[in-house]
Design a protein. Sequence first.
Length: 283
Amino acid sequence: MNRSATAMALLTALVACGGPNYPDWDGSGELPSASGGAGANGVGCRPDLDGVIADSELASAIGATVRYFVSTGERQVDVEGAAIEAMRVWDLSLVEDSDRLLAVTALPTSGAWFADRIAQADHTYLVPLDADGALLGIMQRRPGALAALGSASAEPDPPAGQTLLIYDAPVDLFRLPLGVGDGWTSEALITDGKVQGLPIAARQTWRVEALREGQLVLPDLTFERVLQVALFIHQEAIVGPPTDWVQISFLAECYGEVARFTSPLGVTSASFDTASEVRRLGF
């Protein structure tokens, strides 16, 4: 696989974060603003802990910030979790000295150098994909789904070279309501794209499966009835062999994605035990 296609695969994998979730939408078809009224958890949403992520339990807002501990280098993971007193438990409470803290804040698409390349629909926003904000994921939250539209460098001419990857159609990362056993497949085509200044074209297939639920223990919080969702991504570039990778997202009602495992390239199964990156909510 050539350098530009490899870089594109890594960038696309990062997009699935989805960005900050601000839980104050009532599911009526109108998405909330960040100034919505507070609810039982202080941010406008009361989880019912039924094991299903409802439309009203996964919303996004410009200006909302989420902080993640992000691993550096490969990390051993347990995708299936441990069985403790008839409950499935994932313990991600350990923070390594090498972990870094990443603050992810949703940004408006207006004014971006690539704004004319994306559909300016309501509730389209940007999220940083790396610690310094040099790369941005382009996201869209519409009633019934959180979708990725592509990714781009924050500046048109950065030192590393311009990146611009726009899908020909939105890729649904999460369709709502979402519960164990739900799944779907989406396809996206990237044409006339760039990765670090190099031209690229590719086709991607995204297969999503909600695998299981359980308790998730993080450094600062414990979540009950978290939904574990696997995203299987297959990419065929116009030059070079195809490649695959898998992301495992943990979704909590009213908080969105609270943890994630990203597999190394070449993985096609959700049962991998080594992650290229682990991130989880924390201070």
